[in-house]
Design a protein around this ligand. Sequence first.
Ligand code: FAD
Length: 457
Amino acid sequence: MRYDLIVIGAGPGGYVAAIKAAQLGMRVALVEGNRVGGTCLNRGCIPTKALLHSAETVRKIKNASTEGIHIKELQINMEEVYEKKNKVVGNLVQGIEGLVKANNIELIFGAAKIIKPGVIEIAGTIYETKKIMIATGSKPALPPIPGSDLQGVVTSNEILTEAKNYESLIIIGGGVIGVEFATIFNALGCAVTIIETADTLLPNFDKEIAKKLAMTLKKQGIKIATKSIVTNISEEQQLTCTYTSNGKENVITGDAVLIATGRKANFEGLFTSELAIKIEDQTIWVDENFETSVKGIYAIGDVASQGTQLAHLASAQGVNAILKMNQQPIEYNLEIIPSCVYTTPEIASIGMTEAKAKELDIPVKIGKYNMAGNGKTMIAGTTLGFIKVIAESESGKIIGAQLMCDRATDMISEFTTAIVNGLSIHEVTSIVHPHPTYNEGVGEAYENLLGLGIHTI
Ligand code: FAD
């Protein structure tokens, strides 16, 4: 048999798993139906963050006069903004291809189909392998709203592909993807409205964060309708969304409608129903070894049943699955996974929230620091924000943190380190943070757990 393992899908789950397997001496092939890097690199994490960076540049230019820098004219060339994003993506794609080659992994382009355990077909050619790993990711889930197929109604895939100067954009869905696109297009000069079914934006996040985010986005000029359901999209001179809010019917028009209502596991046509791969909640069921209900076939990342849809989780699952396959100790703690939202300011969350602790009746201590008092934050002129850390009262162990401030997505890792290593309040308060940094706020939040923050009243 030519291969020990064939990985299907070269996203952050698949290509990372393939490299780990090759490092452990397995003979590996990696199959990709599109471009290496998957959703994350080509249609997700990286392109959105590249556009968010451009949006942030615009925001900084617009605010420059507050520090004595006066810019006469601001011109945004969308084509060039997208070109820069494409260049970053292209470079990273090349980087992954280089890594795959350097690890002697055979990269095969084409759509793979699993015929039976150990047998795969790609464009009429049969490949045999000892093990198969499915890492085929996810795709936008479209709600059954009449008019969703009209021209100008797009998903994250299309909006990231075509550079367009929208004057107005309606976003259906106020989750992570929805609020990130709202941040991008609002900063780039487009009138944005978010329509969300739940009673807050980011319904899976800490309530305080959701409330503060809504306030911030509104201040930035974004319109938000929560507890609202879009019932129809039609096309008159512009696209028109009809939605009900508190039993009342409303109408809103825009140049484009972005559907950001979640993503579904991508395994359509990957195997026939004769292959008894168990499906659970529309994802591929896997056990604690990431093995599906069919022996020798594994699944990780967005397509699999364990955890949320995050690139870093897909990669970590890929590595752990390969280690388990090779009877090696696992590397990653998959229980403690940070979630980040790249709005302005950024949001990051890990572990227990105050509300969840209350719900579970776990006595906790809360340490909070208002970033308005942080020197770096004041210099940047973005004073709205906070860092909140949660410790278990009885053991003193750090069990959660939520941040909404500049650099929240970088700082969350300090809390991840504390939680994964079971650090207690006294251990984390012994850490000296350099001055002046955003991270000083982390130290202040820790100190506040003891009620002793130097810079908190
Ligand atoms: P994917 O990245 O989806 O890769 C699957 C690959 O499999 C694809 O390349 C596909 O072409 C290939 N494939 C599918 N079927 C076949 C087949 N039959 N044969 C061969 N190849 C096949 N996550 C974060 O952690 N941080 C972020 O900031 C973030 N931002 C996001 C922004 C957007 C707009 C979107 C849409 C997602 C974002 N995500 C983010 C989520 C992240 O992209 C996914 O969680 C991640 O890509 C999942 O990785 P994966 O390897 O499981 O699958």
